[in-house]
Design a protein around this ligand. Structure first.
Ligand code: AMP
Ligand code: TRP
Length: 336
C-alpha cells in the first residue's frame, strides 16, 4: 500500500517561535517517516497583510534552512516555495468562484486580523483561506497537521472540496480529495510568555512574549526571567486559574521530551525561582542543535537553492495534474 500524503506550510513572515516549532514543525518531523510529505513556505499568504518587499525573499530562504535544521528529511519529504508553483494561485481562482462570500466572512482569523488593518484591509486577507484550500487540495492530501488555530480553515477546505465534488463530480467520482486535519493536543497552542491566555504569536509587538527558534541563550534567559508567573508555590498543570503555569510546564515537558506525569511529579513542590532556571536550560539545550544546523545550512546556499529547485519541480508535477483534473471537471477548453 502506498503511503498517505501529508501536507502543511508556514507563512514566511519573520522568525519562527516555539509555537510554530512545537505546534507545527516538530510534529511533522515526528510523523514524516510514515507518510509521503509536502511541506512548503507560504509566501503568497505572507503578503495578505502589508509586507516589506525587501525582506520577503530572505525570510523565505531562512525558513527553508529552518525546516531542514529542525529535521525535515528529504528522503520522505518535499519542501518548496508556494509562489514557485503557479498552480496554487490558479486553483485559488477556480475555488474562489465556487466559494460563497459568507463562508469567508465567518472566519475568525479574518475577523481578528481585519480589525488590525482597519479601513485598508485587502481582499487577499479575506481570500486567504481559499488559497490555503488550494494549497491542500492540489496535492490530494490525506492529512494536514496544523495548530489548533487553523482548524476552522481546514473545515472550510473540506467544505470547498465537498462543494466542487457536488457541483462537478461525475458519476459519483469526486474531483478533489477531502482532507483530514491532524491536530495534536499537547503543544497545539503554545501561549504568550507575557499572558497565558493569549497565543504566542509572531505579530505580538513585545519580543518578550515569545521565544524564537534562533534566539541565543542570553535572550532565552532574559525572556524566561521576565515571563509572567503567579504567586502560588507548587506548580501544576490544568489549573484554569493559572494559565501561565500550565503553559510553562507544558514547554518544559515538550522541550525536555518528558511525559506530563514526570513533569507534574518533578515540579509539584517547586517555586518559580527553582523552576525558571530549569526551563531556561532545557530550552537552550533543545534549540542548540537546531541553531548549529541552521548556521551550517546558511553557509551552504547553493545546496539550499538546489533543494528548493528540486522541490518546486516535484511539487509542480503533482499540482499540475490536479489542476488539469479540476479544469476538466469545470468544463474548460483544454489548451491545444
Ligand atoms: P503561522 O506562523 O501563523 O504561519 O503558523 C504556522 C504554524 O504554526 C501553523 O500550523 C500554526 O497553527 C502553528 N502555530 C502558530 N502559532 C502557534 C502557537 N502559539 N501555538 C501552537 N501552534 C502555533
Ligand atoms: N495558514 C497557515 C498558518 O498560518 C499556513 C498555511 C498556508 C497552511 N497554507 C497551508 C497550513 C496549507 C497547512 C496547509 O499557519
Amino acid at each position: 500500500m502506498s503511503k498517505q500524503r501529508v501536507l502543511s506550510g508556514i507563512q514566511t513572515t519573520g522568525n519562527l517561535h516555539l509555537g510554530n516549532y512545537l505546534g507545527a514543525i516538530r510534529n511533522w518531523v515526528e510523523i514524516q517517516q510514515d507518510y509521503d510529505n509536502f511541506f512548503f513556505f507560504a509566501d503568497l499568504h505572507a503578503i495578505t497583510v502589508p509586507h516589506d518587499a525587501k525582506v520577503l525573499a530572505a525570510n523565505t530562504f531562512n525558513l527553508a534552512a529552518i525546516y531542514l535544521a529542525c529535521g525535515i528529511d528529504l528522503n520522505c519529504s518535499t519542501i518548496f516555495v508556494q509562489s514557485h508553483v503557479s498552480a496554487h494561485s490558479e486553483l485559488a481562482w477556480l475555488l474562489n468562484c465556487v466559494t460563497p462570500l459568507n463562508w469567508l466572512e465567518r472566519m475568525i482569523q479574518f475577523k481578528e486580523k481585519a480589525v488590525k488593518q482597519g479601513e485598508n484591509v485587502g481582499v487577499g486577507l479575506l481570500d486567504y483561506p481559499v488559497l490555503m484550500a488550494a494549497d491542500i487540495l492540489l496535492y490530494d492530501a490525506d492529512k494536514v497537521p496544523v495548530g489548533e488555530d487553523q482548524k476552522q480553515h481546514l473545515e472550510l477546505t473540506r467544505d470547498i472540496a465537498g462543494r466542487v465534488n457536488d457541483q462537478f463530480g461525475k458519476k459519483k467520482q469526486p474531483v478533489l480529495k477531502v482532507p483530514e486535519p491532524m491536530i495534536r493536543k499537547e503543544g497545539a497552542r503554545v501561549m504568550s510568555l507575557a499572558d497565558g491566555t493569549k497565543k504566542m504569536s509572531k505579530s505580538d509587538p513585545s519580543e518578550l512574549s515569545r521565544i524564537d527558534l534562533l534566539d541565543p541563550p542570553d535572550a532565552i534567559t532574559r525572556k524566561i526571567k521576565k515571563c509572567k508567573t503567579d504567586p502560588v508555590k507548587g506548580l501544576a498543570f490544568d489549573d484554569p486559574e493559572r494559565p501561565e503555569c500550565h503553559n510553562l510546564l507544558t514547554l518544559y515537558q515538550l522541550l525536555g521530551n518528558k511525559t506530563k506525569q514526570e513533569v507534574a511529579a518533578e515540579c509539584q513542590d517547586m517555586g518559580w525561582g527553582q523552576f525558571k532556571p530549569l526551563l531556561t536550560e532545557t530550552a537552550v539545550e533543545a534549540l542548540k542543535p537546531i541553531q548549529v544546523k541552521y548556521n551550517e545550512l546558511m553557509d551552504n546556499q547553493d545546496y539550499l537553492n538546489s533543494v528548493l529547485r528540486d522541490g518546486a519541480a516535484k511539487a509542480s508535477s503533482v499540482a499540475n495534474q490536479t489542476l488539469v483534473r479540476v479544469k476538466d471537471a469545470m468544463g474548460f477548453l483544454p489548451p491545444m
